[in-house]
Design a protein around this ligand. Structure first.
Ligand SMILES: [Zn+2]
Length: 544
């Protein structure tokens, strides 16, 4: 999506973006002046492994740094908000407080008791879908927050395709924060003047959306993956080419265009704000969300994801070349907020016979109704979605709540698609796991997602390869969020100019990123964290 680099950046920088790489300069030494932290939404380690041999751009460059293909978003609730909350805090969701994208707060007086992770529900009129963006639910500081405490001249900037990505990676004290709000790029910062880069970007994106987009070319490698699969009699995926009608904003979001625009804004802000130009190190967080929208809408196993991966690789290459042209001494870490798994319809065609969609009867509404009928109770009895956190209606008497909980556990446990059910009491008694994340039990994973104020009364775990999307439809055919490794395992790639290429098989976690970056730029950590500093080239970890 080079057009956004041309439209948003200065002419010199835009042409640098598309030129071949500059001659190799000597390896970087000392403290990097700019940390670029990139999260690709839903970029599973499975996707990274599959496409790694085909990357030639920015992802190929990072894969030649210190590349961990066994990174983990270690916790159970592998959703976007919790995942982004771990990347720059060194903390599991049990400590960040971000247990899910949304949770139910039964003490709220508004009729909508579902709270969005990045909203300020105290604002009058706020709801789960029409909300005021805020970092208030994040219980811990981010790397940028810690850096600015120590070094007030340092800048902390976040740009993303989703508000929750920009909020959870940027944190509480940001100098600029911009995210796609569904129509244009917005910020939650009241006082900030709009940078010229963002004004240009808004105009460039509006003009792009107003014009229809022709189909993308399918390179030979993607043609092999481009085959139609029927999800429902009305809905086929697999061979799309990102055609967009003029004015179709949703199609813009679920395409390589979104990431191209976000990366061009990130590059423009680096230039305009002079990030990485003085001795106070700066942090830039970049949330690239299109992979997630492509995954949800079309599944990660088809020709569309192939086009998205190759486009993103190229856009990242363009982005890094602009930083090279600016001669900035920068270090990069790239990871993902969670993984993902393909649609059961395509998995079955590949021989994964147990892949299935969840029984719609597992929804809390249906199970709640059955319990109400059996125990002669009123109201919904259960609140929440299909699986994961389930809340018991607080308006019931304590005695009825206990009876309802017992009944709910029995119903869930008897269902053939349910792997395990835990009560909040069971999980609260467990210590947070500290072993290597590949060896965690399912209960360990649930524990790392547990917050006593926000979590449900019951946690329901579906069996592996059971998609919680019981009824797929346009834009929503596959998802993530489970305790299984296809949703937990993500790449973690560290890169800096001159780094010796190293592919590391060790099992690490996204909570290890903050302690590692803090050591790299000399930010002292005053409180214990869930993650540990990683021994990689250019980083001297403090002795434990
Ligand atoms: Zn996500």
């Amino acid at each position: 999506m080079r057009k956004f680099f041309r439209l948003i950046l200065s002419a010199a920088l835009a042409s640098a973006a598309t030129q071949s790489p500059a001659q190799t300069r000597p390896p970087a030494t000392g403290t990097p002046k700019l940390l670029v932290v990139i999260s690709i939404d839903q970029f599973s380690a499975d996707l990274f492994d599959e496409y790694r041999p085909h990357f030639t751009g920015g992802l190929a460059r990072l894969a030649r740094g210190t590349a961990f293909s066994n990174g983990y978003q270690a916790h159970a609730g592998t959703e976007t908000c919790p995942g982004h909350s771990t990347i720059l805090t060194g903390s599991h969701p049990a400590h960040t407080g971000i247990i899910a994208n949304v949770w139910i707060d039964q003490s709220l007086t508004r009729s909508d008791r579902t709270v969005y992770c990045a909203e300020d529900e105290r604002v009058p009129g706020s709801s789960t879908t029409h909300y005021t963006v805020s970092p208030m639910h994040l219980r811990v500081p981010t790397l940028g927050d810690l850096l600015k405490q120590q070094s007030p001249a340092s800048l902390n900037v976040a740009v993303a395709g989703k508000d929750r990505a920009a909020v959870m990676m940027g944190g509480h004290n940001v100098d600029q924060r911009w995210y796609w709000d569904g129509k244009t790029f917005s910020t939650d910062l009241k006082s900030a003047a709009v940078p010229a880069t963002v004004t240009k970007a808004k105009a460039a994106v509006a003009a792009a959306i107003a014009t229809a987009r022709p189909p993308l070319d399918v390179p030979p490698f993607s043609q092999a993956k481009s085959a139609p699969v029927a999800v429902t009699p009305e809905l086929t995926v697999g061979n799309g080419r990102f055609v967009r009608a003029a004015g179709d904003v949703r199609a813009f979001r679920a395409s390589p265009e979104l990431d191209g625009a976000v990366l061009a804004i990130a590059a423009g802000l680096i230039q305009e704000m002079r990030l990485g130009r003085d001795n106070a190190p700066d942090v830039l967080s970049v949330g690239l969300s299109a992979t997630d929208y492509v995954g949800h809408g079309l599944g990660p196993g088809g020709g569309e994801m192939c086009l998205q991966m190759l486009s993103l690789d190229r856009s990242l290459g363009d982005f890094f070349r602009t930083l090279d042209a600016e001669k900035i001494d920068y270090a990069v870490v790239l990871t993902a907020d969670h993984g993902g798994v393909d649609i059961p319809e395509r998995l079955r065609s590949k021989g994964i016979a147990q892949a299935a969609r969840a029984d719609p009867a597992l929804g809390t509404a249906d199970i709640g109704k059955a319990i109400a009928a059996k125990l002669h109770l009123n109201g919904p009895v259960l609140l929440g979605d299909l699986a994961s956190d389930v809340w018991i209606d607080r308006s019931l008497s304590p005695r009825d709540r206990t009876r309802a909980e017992r009944e709910a556990i029995a119903i869930y446990k008897a269902h053939p698609q349910v792997e395990a059910v835990f009560t909040a009491r069971q999980i609260a008694r467990m210590p947070l796991p500290t072993r290597s994340p590949d060896s965690w039990s399912i209960a360990d994973r649930v524990r790392a997602s547990f917050d006593p104020q926000r979590s449900g009364d019951i946690y329901v775990v579906l069996k592996q390869d059971v998609s919680p999307i019981a009824k797929p439809g346009p834009g929503y055919v596959s998802t993530h969020g489970s305790v299984w490794d296809y949703d937990r395992r993500v790449p973690i790639l560290f890169w800096r100019r001159g780094m010796t290429s190293s592919s590391r098989p060790d099992h690490i976690a996204t909570v290890d990123i903050l302690p590692t970056l803090a050591a790299e730029i000399g930010v002292p950590l005053s409180r214990p964290l869930d993650g540990h500093c990683l021994s990689i080239q250019g980083v001297t970890c403090p002795s434990r």
